[in-house]
Write a protein that binds this ligand. Structure first.
Ligand code: ADP
Ligand code: MG
Length: 213
């Protein structure tokens, strides 16, 4: 079954809830290798998104993604704000004119979001960032869809791959963002941005489950 606008709105509400729920844990993670504000940034940004949604929910899916992106750029702050914001704005660009999203459209969205993060962050995988979770998640999702799985099953595979990515971030040195100032001392700590983006994928999976997609 395809994803509807209502499912997209659900996904954003669920992501909002997760960012409130994990605010302290994400902040503690960022305290260890950054400046201790990632949970604060994300919870503030998603609260602003949640307040913005009623004004755009009559619009199309692409407008909703763009509004989320613009709100995140202006309210999340830090390095992650423009990166998350760009990812959502790119998702808006590739879904223009779509009433519903099919399984393959989510691959297109993943690709656009990843390309946006890489360009904006001048980053690649292996640098202990959100890319280390979202890139393997994209690959696991695409592989599952090719194998004939449902959207929700594929998103569950994506989430599992993203958590593996989070584990992987513990083993590597940060070379981008504030954590890079720590050099070798960043080893052993999980990346907060990789963790928050894994919750985003978890939110998508839960919205898919609810939709029976
Ligand atoms: P700041 O580092 O400015 O305090 P946050 O704490 O909100 O911002 O976000 C930190 C997260 O942003 C990191 O854990 C990492 O995942 C992500 N990040 C930082 N710089 C980059 C980059 N250049 N490319 C991709 N992700 C990045
Ligand atoms: Mg920070």
């Amino acid at each position: 079954m395809a994803i509807t606008k209502a499912n997209v709105l659900d996904f954003i509400h669920i992501f909002h809830d997760k960012m409130q729920e994990h605010r302290q844990a994400l902040t503690d993670m960022d305290q260890a290798i950054g400046d201790g504000d990632h949970g604060i940034n994300m919870s503030r940004g998603l609260k602003a998104v949640e307040e913005k949604l009623p004004t755009v929910e009559e619009k199309n899916i692409d407008d909703i993604f763009k509004a989320v992106g613009m709100t995140m750029v202006s309210t999340v702050g830090g390095a992650s704000g423009p990166l998350y914001g760009t990812a959502f704005m790119k998702a808006g660009m590739v879904t223009k004119g779509k009433e519903t999203l099919e399984a393959q459209d989510l691959v297109t969205i993943f690709d656009a979001a990843i390309e946006g993060i890489k360009t904006r962050g001048k980053s690649e995988t292996g640098e202990k960032t959100m890319l280390d979770a979202i890139v393997p998640a994209r690959d696991a999702y695409a592989k599952a869809i090719e194998a004939g799985k449902s959207i929700t099953e594929a998103l569950a595979a994506a989430e599992a791959a993203a958590w593996d990515g989070v584990e992987y971030t513990k083993t590597i040195i940060a070379t981008k963002g504030r954590a890079s100032y720590l050099g070798e001392r960043s080893i052993g700590h999980q990346d907060p941005g990789a963790t928050s983006i894994t919750y985003l994928i978890q939110a998508a999976k839960e919205a898919g489950e609810k939709a029976g997609a």
